[in-house]
Design a protein around this ligand. Sequence first.
Ligand code: TYM
Length: 337
Amino acid sequence: MTNPKRVFSGVQPSGNLTIGNYIGAIRQWVERQQEFDACYCVVDAHAITVPYEPQTLQTKTREVAALYLAAGLSTDYATVFVQSHVPQHTELAWYLTCITSLGWLNRMTQFKDKSARLETEMIGAGLLNYPVLMAADILLYQTELVPVGDDQRQHIELARDIAQRFNATFGETFTIPAAMIPLEGARVMGLDTPTTKMSKSTTDSQYHAVYLLDEPDTVLKKFKRAVTDSLADIRFSADPERAGVNNLLTIFQALTHQNAEGVEAHFAGKGYGHLKTEVAEVVIETLRPIQQHYAELMAEGGYIDRVLAEGAAKAQVIATQTVADVKGRMGFLLPAL
Ligand code: TYM
């Protein structure tokens, strides 16, 4: 039997996890965990690249880890840990920074979007260098596949470019990773603004995102307020005018695992009120067991922290090996043993 493929992915503890994070990323980690040798990381060092609250970082980090497990990740298959517990992430990021061109970083659309929302004086160099840290996360584990939503595609292309440049300059060192993007639900849109991606860090409107820990009546209220259109026709569509209905159908399709024709047939002849309520119900039923499991995990004092300590110890073994190889290749004087 061939060795299982190495997989790496992560979520930033930068807000409340949304159904976008679940549908685009976490769900596929869980569904395919038995096939892979997987590392799932809470990428806390990424969450400090924009202004943030130091008082809530710890709580959010533990919460994200607990949600990974509550959603169904098992430590029997996956290594679950916190990025800052394995210092080789930031160490490798520096080495990779030195072979990454500024032009590559300036072309990153997420950097352009995020920096456009900040005063120039508040745009940290960390925000520009963020994709290099992400490349380090991936390359540190000799990752083959990176299961993510569509918004991370460009960052993974950059990780490939960095790996290729390193290998060409210093000799074969890194596995070249590939993105693994779900066919349905790779880009869940905001319920209030269906032409922009649903995001955990958008706090302008309480009707933008559905969070994994939202109560059922909150979920229902949010879906009832979801922006649609005046056509009263329930069909998938790429027309931006119809993005709201398309988004509701996409969420429904992703969570019920049906094909597009089946979903359209299911809603044929029904109204938008019905569509919203039914999508809300599917989401509520998806979240119910996750929320229950989350409450149990959090009630078990110290459990999450123990899982994270074990995960970091396992991750460290691979990370140490990779960084030693990288330093050797780059010509550093290694310390005497
Ligand atoms: P983050 O924290 O923004 O999102 C975590 C994961 O959720 C996916 N996602 C979505 N998918 C569908 N629809 C949406 N509306 C939606 N919003 C988010 C993201 O694509 C992602 O898979 N840079 C990354 C974190 C990261 C990482 C890594 C990922 C750091 N290092 C190494 C993979 C490998 C980020 O900000 O994700």
